[in-house]
Design a protein around this ligand. Structure first.
Ligand SMILES: [Cu+2]
Length: 250
């Protein structure tokens, strides 16, 4: 129902997040309407009128118990309802996959490293891209998330994925994109003066396109990754003007 408002969901676990978001949105929305309606009614009912004296009240114990217990129950129920999604995305081991990328956040870029032909990180054939990640569609991708300086947050709104990158830790997160396209990867943790300009793009390709891209960019004699990015950019709509030149701003 809020599809017009949320960014398009292109992740296998996006629905698990979205229905919780909508549920909480409607609960808080209805509560806000009830509170403001009651407030307006009381403003009129108890307005100052000639000859009417203020009445002292100790409150109403029953009413106070009700408005304490009901919200508490709602919060407990929401906790139980959100536990399966949280567990699936954050607690259980990610679904098995042979597709692993290492993302190292720094002020103010995402460094995306592919392990190369040997499948191992930290070897000579690793390939690191700046602010861009390329993945095939309908494929579980493991992201080994690190930070080399401060806390950043790896946020992909279209994937409903968000995870802090913490110095000294490697945190494994995963996603599976269900639609090809170009998706924004902003940093969602205020990490310094260049924070607002810290963002990358995730390109989700068809398997064939991905193979082609990998052959051109991840092999040892690869072309400069920037050239591929420029080609891609010309096919895609330009990013919003407000995002331009944001690097130096807070
Ligand atoms: Cu950051």
């Amino acid at each position: 129902m809020l599809d017009w408002w949320l960014p398009e969901n292109v992740s296998t676990y996006g629905r698990d997040i979205d229905w919780l978001f909508e549920l909480i949105y409607y609960i808080t929305g209805i509560t806000a309407i009830l509170v403001f309606a009651t407030m307006l009614v009381f403003l009129v009912m108890y307005r100052d009128r000639p000859g009417r004296r203020a009445r002292y009240t100790h409150g109403n114990t029953t009413l106070e118990i009700v408005w304490t217990v009901v919200p508490s129950l709602i919060l407990v129920i929401l906790t139980f309802l959100s536990a399966p999604a949280w567990s699936k995305i954050k607690i259980q081991p990610p679904p098995a996959s042979d597709f692993v990328v290492q993302v190292t956040a720094k002020q103010f870029n995402w460094q995306v490293t592919y392990p190369g032909a040997d499948g191992k990180f930290g070897t000579a054939d690793d390939k690191t891209l700046l602010d861009e990640m390329h993945v095939p569609v309908n494929k579980v991708v493991h992201v080994n998330l690190r930070s080399q300086d401060v806390i950043h947050s790896f946020f992909v709104p279209n994937f409903r994925m968000k995870q802090d990158a913490v110095p000294g830790r490697e945190i494994v997160q995963w996603f599976e994109a269900t639609k090809t396209g170009k998706y924004e990867l902003p940093c969602a943790e205020l990490c310094g003066f260049g924070h607002s300009g810290m963002r990358g793009w995730i390109y989700v390709h068809t398997p064939d396109d991905y193979k082609k891209w990998a052959a051109e960019n991840l092999t040892v004699a690869a072309a400069a990754p920037a050239a591929a990015a420029d080609e891609k950019k010309s096919e895609e709509p330009a990013p919003p003007a407000s995002a331009k030149g944001g690097k130096a701003k807070r």
